[in-house]
Design a binder for this molecule. Structure first.
Ligand code: SF4
Length: 234
């Protein structure tokens, strides 16, 4: 006699002379309308089935198992999938709203400011991120450095960026950067010290169109630091 058992997750409904089998673990749903199959299913339930083909079909659909380890494997697969599905906490950090370009469509042109977040403000931002992570039980945090332009050539912004990268790395947060790319090359000696998962460079098409849509800012560069900053977490 072949050894098998019906999964505890197998649910049976009888509707209008048909049997519906459901198993949420394997994600199966089947209708048994054929009289012969209904009899076979009843034999399966009474542990008297010798119909290997039918048993194999039920096993493939996850209604029965020949070995408990098969069902455990399925459980593990599903729980890994759920873990992967768990959303990371994604946070956009804006260390300054300033930018070295003046794109015509930039919504930040309205409130353009040449100030940079203070060290203490960045510390507070990370405290808040840690709080949100614990509060909402997130396993991962993704930091997106956003702007304004996060890679402006300026010593204050450089220091704050380094502070941000150091803190994010220590906490094992993943780091992404969205940049217009103008000074990306000069930041490479700094960036290569960190595990940056993604750098997104915005291009607006061929050179002539790009340059026309993204003109260079002619105002003086950042001079001072201030408490202005932004943070968007979701
Ligand atoms: S590069 Fe980005 S932040 Fe800078 S002006 Fe253009 S759209 Fe705005």
């Amino acid at each position: 006699m072949m050894q098998y058992y019906i999964s505890e997750n197998t649910i049976e409904f009888n509707v209008e002379n048909c049997i519906y089998l459901i198993n949420p673990l394997s994600g199966s749903l089947d209708k048994i309308a054929d009289e012969q199959f209904i009899q076979e299913w009843n034999l399966v339930k009474n542990k008297k089935s010798k119909n290997y083909e039918f048993l194999k079909m039920l096993s493939d659909r996850g209604y029965i198992f020949f070995d408990v380890s098969e069902e455990e494997k399925l459980h593990k697969k599903l729980s890994n999938f759920i873990k992967q599905m768990k959303k990371p906490l994604r946070v956009h950090l804006i260390l300054s709203y300033d930018c070295n370009l003046r794109c015509k469509y930039c919504f930040q042109n309205i409130s353009r400011s040449k100030k940079i977040a203070k060290e203490i403000v960045i510390q507070r931002m990370f405290d808040t991120i840690e709080f949100l992570k614990l509060e909402n039980n997130h396993e991962k945090v993704e930091i997106v450095l956003f702007g304004g332009e996060p890679l402006i050539r300026n010593k204050f912004l450089y220091q704050r960026l380094k502070q941000t990268l150091d803190t994010a790395s220590t906490k094992n947060y993943s780091i992404e950067i969205v940049t217009n790319g103008v000074h990306l090359e000069s930041y490479i000696p700094l960036l290569k010290n960190y595990n940056i998962s993604q750098i997104q460079v915005t291009l607006d098409g061929p050179k002539n169109i790009h340059d026309e849509r993204k003109p260079v800012d002619l105002l003086p560069a950042l001079k001072c630091e201030d408490s202005l900053c932004g943070m968007l977490a979701y």
